[in-house]
Design a binder for this molecule. Structure first.
Ligand SMILES: [Zn+2]
Length: 532
């Protein structure tokens, strides 16, 4: 039963006899690992994920002496230790000892009597491997102790709306000239940059398929967990139609060939290209329901797609147990989307209290790029140099003026969103500035919640079938959650700048490869940066 379950879930063929000193266990490769720390501490729950024999950790990581921001609370929990086993947070407590006993239960997956070792060596946990009622061997596991020195330990950040595969400088230029090589190289660099800025998860809001995630998850390149949307779904002339002005109806564009943007003009198109997105590795769908400022053919007030077409996108997503994120500006667009079952409103600039109520009723989220409310918006070359775009930007900012006040009056669950299209260096600056604006508009606590626990809830909307990381929570520091962890200098609730924010946008100095104040970056239990 267990074996079947494991085979189904992991599709890994068992490797026989791979562990030295564990002879007799080769047939019992489907093991559960339980950790208990000696000295009378309670036995921790079994880890949720069955492991292959070769996955016995050689090392576990114990963070000592940290104050924790758990992703939600308004105060830090002081003087804590956090034990990471494999890729999960296993235990959070005061004074977790640096040695103990570690039991591996094979064959049944059930929990057995824990043997407490009293005279263990410091910085070593002892693993006892047991089979069919008999002890067979013991294994020592090194405990890597990382002293946090009283700094703050918090969840890795979550970006809810990025475009890792859109290098710019403008979307029409990319549509005209980009090859898959340009995009793959850019995506690789963007993924590394995001991770080193402290983002351990990125939801991609259009343009990326599943290939980038495969490369990251296979360890080929460094990057955050990745939730791609596949091709933008957009009507002809809508916000993801970047084709040349004279492009004939029905002609495949460069972006459609690369499945980065698809034209959907009826329910059938939405079905076809929505399903193709999931086939190509998308974890959710992105529907372009409103127009935009820098795109050529669409007024920002556009109401693209009939209610039936939007409902068709929701239907396809629901077939996969997933959801739709909709690029929506006007109130009418937002209300239509929510009523059709869209769970994530992107931008949502005309947000108000009625929308907030409907969002609560529907369990929906909003993510907003706050750079849209910055005077620097008019310095973007694609806006400044294009009279039509400049006109659109001016009219939009007038209409969007109540967003921040309404959000404070009638709060909704809001995720962090940068929406940068452009070079890696420019996006690095924009991310730091977006962090800064979050703190300016909403304060440190609400910003940190948006960047962590709410982001994790949004990622989880992709559901059990399409979520590539379904075995633990993201964006929180709690037992059983994925070990996506940052350690920063100081207390980000009091001094938000320690998260690596930057108070300038277009005239900013180039950003460091990774902010100095982010001292440690761990994703999935692996340390990518440690300057402690
Ligand atoms: Zn976007």
């Amino acid at each position: 039963m267990l074996k079947n379950l494991y085979l189904q879930r992991s599709r890994i063929v068992p490797a026989m006899g791979v562990i030295n000193g564990l002879s007799g266990l080769a047939s019992a490769w489907w093991v559960f690992v339980a950790v208990t720390v000696a000295l009378g501490l309670s036995v921790a729950a079994l880890l949720a994920r069955p492991a292959m024999a070769e996955e016995y950790p050689d090392q576990v990581i114990l963070f000592k002496n940290v104050n924790i921001f758990d992703g939600k609370s308004e105060k830090l929990t002081e003087d804590q230790d956090v034990l990471v086993v494999r890729n999960k947070i296993h235990k959070i407590d005061k004074e977790i000892p640096t040695g103990g006993s570690y039991e591996v239960e094979v064959t049944t997956g059930g929990q057995r009597k824990i043997k407490v070792v009293s005279d263990f060596a410091p910085s070593v946990y002892e693993i006892t491997v047991m089979e069919a009622g008999a002890e067979t061997t013991k294994k020592e596991v090194e405990v890597q102790v990382i002293d946090g020195g009283g700094r703050t330990l918090l969840p890795g950040f979550i970006e809810n709306h990025a475009h890792l595969m859109l290098p710019g400088p403008t979307l029409p230029a990319m549509e005209a000239n980009s090859t898959w090589e340009d995009l793959a190289i850019h995506g690789t660099k963007m993924a590394e940059m995001y991770l080193m800025q402290g983002f351990t998860t990125v939801r991609d809001a259009g343009g990326a398929n599943g290939g980038l995630r495969r490369a990251i998850d296979a360890g080929e390149i460094d990057g955050p967990r990745h939730y791609p949307s596949g091709a933008f779904l957009s009507t002809r002339g809508g916000h993801a139609d970047f084709a040349n002005y004279t492009a004939p109806v029905g002609e495949a564009s460069n972006f459609s060939r690369l499945n980065m943007a698809q034209e959907v003009d009826n329910v059938g198109d939405v079905h076809k290209f929505g399903r193709n997105n999931f086939r190509m590795g998308a974890t959710q769908l992105k529907y372009m329901q409103s127009g935009g400022v820098v795109s050529a053919f669409d007024p920002w007030q556009l109401l693209a797609g009939s209610p039936e077409e939007i409902a068709a996108a929701v239907q396809v997503a629901n077939e996969y147990g997933s959801y739709v994120m909709a690029h929506s500006y006007r109130k009418k667009a937002i209300m239509t989307a929510l009523n059709a079952g869209v769970r994530s409103i992107e931008h949502g600039f005309m947000f108000d209290c009625e929308i907030s109520e409907l969002m609560k009723e529907k369990g929906a989220y909003i993510t907003t790029n706050l750079t849209a409310f910055d005077p620097n918006l008019f310095d973007i070359p694609a806006i400044k140099q294009v009279p039509a775009s400049l006109r659109k930007a001016r009219s939009a900012t007038k209409k969007f003026g109540n967003y921040i006040d309404n959000m404070k009056k009638c709060p909704a669950k809001r995720g962090f969103h940068t929406d940068c299209v452009g070079t890696v260096d420019a996006c690095n600056i924009q991310i730091a500035y977006e962090k800064h604006l979050n703190n300016e508009f909403f304060g440190s606590h609400a910003s940190l919640v948006a960047m962590t626990s709410v982001g994790g809830e949004i990622a989880a909307l992709s559901g059990d079938f399409m979520n590539p990381y379904p075995e633990g929570k993201l964006g929180v520091i709690e037992e059983g959650a994925y070990a996506d962890i940052l350690i920063v200098d100081g207390n980000p609730l009091e001094d938000f700048s320690v998260v690596g924010s930057g108070d300038k946008w277009f005239d900013a100095e180039p950003r460091p490869e990774s902010p100095e104040t982010i001292r440690l970056i761990m994703k999935d239990g692996k340390v990518y940066k440690n300057t402690l």
